[in-house]
Design a protein around this ligand. Structure first.
Ligand code: ZN
Length: 162
């Protein structure tokens, strides 16, 4: 039971996530922890780095810059697109998400505003540009199963799927 967090282990965490204003953005409790596979990029890099070597019961407060969290806000991902570029069979609504191909990558976009024939979209992650504060506690650590290693994520309660 002296496991330390390292690559190839499934870790359960409880945490409280706050922004720099101290507003709570997200949390997970002891009873319903977040499960992730360490070393797989399943959680943001800054948090994964901070957790390396921790043991069950350890607690840590971490401040993570946007570069190691959800990225820097990119104004060029806010765009105004003519509605003719959207599929005609679908009614476009504010809040809808879709994926666009940009420079060979797939970027998820959210529709923010529709004005006449123009659609305003934002491809930034909602937490892009935010410095994040995590208070985390390690709930459990175990070896990943073969399936988890091949899928690249944790299974079971709190994981990607059961
Ligand atoms: Zn899976």
């Amino acid at each position: 039971m002296n496991n330390e967090i390292k690559d190839g282990q499934v870790v359960e965490l409880s945490y409280v996530l706050k922004n720099t204003k101290g507003e709570e953005l997200d949390s997970a409790t002891n009873d319903a922890p977040l499960a992730y596979l360490h070393g797989s990029g399943q959680i943001i890099p800054g948090l994964e780095d901070a957790l390396l070597g921790l043991k069950v019961g350890d607690k840590k407060s971490v401040t993570i810059a946007p570069e190691n969290a959800y990225g820097i806000f990119d104004p060029s991902l806010k765009m105004k697109i003519h509605s003719s570029h959207f599929p005609q069979e679908q009614k476009i609504q504010v809040g809808m998400q879709f994926v666009a191909e940009i420079k060979g990558g797939h970027v998820p976009f959210v529709i923010q505003k529709i004005e006449d024939d123009h659609v305003f979209v934002d491809g930034n992650h909602p937490l892009a540009g935010e410095t994040l504060h995590f208070d985390v506690a390690v709930v459990s650590i175990r070896e990943a199963t073969k399936d988890e290693l091949s899928h690249g994520h944790a299974h079971g309660p709190g994981g990607a799927h059961h």
